[in-house]
Write a protein that binds this ligand. Structure first.
Ligand code: C5P
Length: 235
């Protein structure tokens, strides 16, 4: 089985504050996207990385990748993205050569995922799961609310799911390629992760242990944490 990684990196990153598209912002001097590509290419099983670039930024992303060394065994492709993460992933999938039968989808916004997590996801797909997600138990209790019409207004609580049964989902999510393609062809609802589409097909998605360092860089404080993790790794 050959494994490729699709990295959606076309988001603006509005929650991070004004500036370049999120994936192109620097983390300890290197663009977040480059960290993310290296994190996936660190797995010996991954021989192709497809980067889905901001629609107007494909040339810039291509030259960034040319300028930063990847392992010799790893090829990369750059394709322009779409209006949603889901659309960007679909465009990445369409660019995939036929010989790849396992696909990882990994957020550029999770630049520090350890290689052991990547390998654990691939292993579970190889063992037969059609879709695999790394995830962690929650520290916070989660409540379902009726969202306020005006942000900041009090919100009535509807339910409190039992925390021990909940998991916070990370990436890379791993898929049998044919399953993920079928999900994209048939599921029309908006979902925030690819595995959610596979669930809509009625297939079982399995969870493997995620990792603290696979957190998503979303808000300014996450940049501080990511740089601290990198500094600790360099000790
Ligand atoms: O916005 P969010 O943090 O959920 O984005 C997750 C990932 O999806 C990021 O790596 C982002 O660049 C990507 N994305 C994309 N195309 C979009 C929106 C988000 O590739 N239109």
């Amino acid at each position: 089985a050959r494994t490729a990684a699709v990295i959606p990196a076309a988001g603006r990153g509005v929650r991070l504050g004004p500036g370049a598209p999120k994936a192109l912002r620097a983390l300890s001097g290197t663009p977040m996207l480059i960290h993310a590509v290296r994190a996936l290419a660190a797995s010996r099983a991954v021989s192709l990385v497809v980067v889905v670039a901001p629609p107007d930024g494909a040339a810039e992303v291509k030259s960034l990748l040319d300028a930063h060394a990847l392992p010799d065994r790893t090829d990369f492709l750059v394709v322009p993205g779409g209006d949603s993460r889901q659309e960007s992933v679909r465009l990445g999938l369409e660019a995939l050569p036929p010989e790849y039968d396992i696909v990882l989808v990994h957020d550029a916004a999770r630049p520090l995922v350890p290689v052991d997590t990547v390998d654990a996801v691939i292993e579970a797909v190889r063992e037969g799961a059609p879709a695999v997600v790394p995830a962690l138990p929650l520290a916070d209790t989660v409540k379902e609310v009726v969202p306020a019409a005006v942000p900041g207004d009090p919100e009535p609580v509807v339910a409190t799911p039992e925390r021990s049964r909940l998991r916070a989902v990370q990436t890379p999510q791993g898929f049998d390629r044919a399953t993920l393609v079928r999900a994209h062809e048939t599921v029309e609802d908006d979902v925030t992760d690819c595995a959610g589409m596979v669930e809509r097909l009625g297939l079982t998605v399995v969870v493997v242990p995620g990792h603290e360092e696979a957190f998503k860089v979303t808000r300014p404080l996450d940049l501080v944490l990511a740089e601290a993790v990198l500094a600790r790794r360099r000790l």
